[in-house]
Design a protein around this ligand. Structure first.
Ligand SMILES: Cc1cc2nc3c(=O)[nH]c(=O)nc-3n(C[C@H](O)[C@H](O)[C@H](O)COP(=O)(O)OP(=O)(O)OC[C@H]3O[C@@H](n4cnc5c(N)ncnc54)[C@H](O)[C@@H]3O)c2cc1C
Length: 386
């Protein structure tokens, strides 16, 4: 079973388009896609489905084995405090997995459990290859054949779009999302980028006996003001960092890398101030991810900072009916890069899609009652007093 009216995308093509066209299609079966589908399920009579190029939670299955969540899971549901990593108010990864910082495969298992429990209509191994905007919706070319939908939610995630540093010799660096970046590396290791993924992998190699130089002109390891974890290292990362500094083998360098080159049996990175830092293995680029818009990239305008420009409903400004769900959502200075942030928009997107289809969306208010619906973004920028 793939689509909740019982028709697969291929069936949809074989029959009369109007009779089988979906109200909504979600691309991507990560937390953003599954979570949005759960909210869509609350809209009475909506036909919808999820297409996934791999398996449910594929990005998490692809995470390096040693990588874990940095946001903790804890079951506080009975007291109005949903697990930070949950995508539905009645679920908790801490409860179903019995761990507080899940690995990628563990979290993928949580997602699979949610899909099974709520019977989310997901079609696996159904990559979306091309998307065309029509007058009244979208036509998609998928690995399983074409399909049409009135509204489309792109939830393809960022993991498939690792961002390499833009500098000469960048090809020598290995991205922090690649399993080889986490493999055994003795001697001197160089990490370019000092935010969460840089600190994570630096601490990983320190714990295995390496000496690590971590380079970032913004010195994220030293940043104090602000209570938004999108701009400040998480407490767990700061704890790990303190322990790493105590070894005497972690060297932070507040400078910009301008070039990488091979150097005998090692590699050298050149800094903007002319200094050189040598590593015994290829430098690790902990330089983050792009928005990963793939086949819908041409349907979004770009903000000045390169992230997709969205209307206030997380919709495309170019293609009405196309929505973005997941960590690439940005509104002004707000970033929705963690599960507990972007899940606040699942029900909002579902409501807009339900309204487009002329359906009753009132059941979505249950998401607000459960603390998982934020439609007034003016309240998101609060600072903790102490
Ligand atoms: C290294 C790392 C660590 C992170 N740690 C945390 C954390 O601790 N806490 C937290 O809250 N957030 C964390 N995040 C951020 C965020 O939670 C993740 O990025 C999360 O995976 C985003 O969910 P998603 O559903 O948008 O994307 P994904 O989980 O990447 O899911 C997208 C899915 O779309 C599929 N897909 C892509 N393109 C297509 C296509 N063309 N056709 C069909 N399917 C397609 C992919 O196969 C994938 O299954 C982390 C991110 C990264 C990269």
């Amino acid at each position: 079973m793939y689509i909740n009216n019982g028709a697969s995308p291929r069936d949809a093509r074989a029959q009369d388009d109007d009779a089988v066209r979906l109200d909504a299609l979600v691309v991507g079966a990560g937390p953003a896609g599954i979570g949005t589908a759960l909210a869509l399920a609350a809209v009475d009579g909506l036909t919808f489905g999820v297409l996934e190029r791999g398996r449910v939670g594929q990005s998490f299955r692809d995470w390096p084995a040693a990588q874990t969540f940095l946001t903790p899971s804890f079951t506080g549901n009975g007291f109005g405090a949903s697990d930070l990593n949950a995508i539905h108010p009645e679920t908790s990864p801490a409860f179903s997995l019995g761990v507080d910082y899940p690995t990628g495969p563990q979290y993928a298992n949580y997602l699979r459990g949610v899909v099974k429990h709520f019977r989310v209509p997901v079609m696996e191994h159904a990559a979306v290859e091309a998307v065309r905007a029509l007058d009244d919706g979208f036509e998609l070319d998928t690995e399983r054949g074409p399909v049409r939908t009135r509204s489309l939610v792109w939830a393809g995630g960022e993991f498939g779009d690792p961002r390499a540093p833009r500098l000469p010799g960048a090809g020598f660096a290995v991205h922090s999302s690649a399993p080889e970046a986490w493999g055994e590396r003795g001697g001197a290791v160089v990490v370019i980028g000092g935010y969460e993924s840089g600190v994570d992998i630096a601490c990983h190699h320190i714990a295995r006996g390496a000496t690590v130089t971590i380079i970032d002109p913004d010195e994220p390891w030293d940043r104090r003001p602000g209570s938004d974890p999108s701009f400040r290292l998480a407490p767990r990362s700061r704890m790990r960092l303190r322990a790493a500094f105590e070894t005497g083998r972690l060297h932070p360098v507040p400078e910009r890398v301008v070039a990488v080159k091979a150097d005998g049996d090692g590699f050298t990175v050149r800094l903007a101030d002319g200094r050189m830092v040598r590593g015994d293995s290829a430098p690790i680029a902990a330089t983050g991810f792009g928005p990963g818009l793939g086949p819908v990239a041409h349907l979004f305008e770009e903000r000045e900072d390169g992230w997709p420009l969205l209307d206030e409903d997380d919709g495309s400004t170019l293609a009405p009916g196309l929505f973005l769900s997941g960590p690439s959502i940005r509104h002004g200075g707000l970033r929705f890069c963690f599960v507990y942030k972007f899940r606040q928009r699942f029900a909002h997107i579902a409501r807009r899609i339900g309204e487009r289809a002329g359906k009753d969306t009132s059941a979505l208010e249950a998401w607000r009652a459960a603390g998982m619906l934020t439609d007034d973004l003016s309240c998101c920028g609060v600072e903790c007093e102490c």
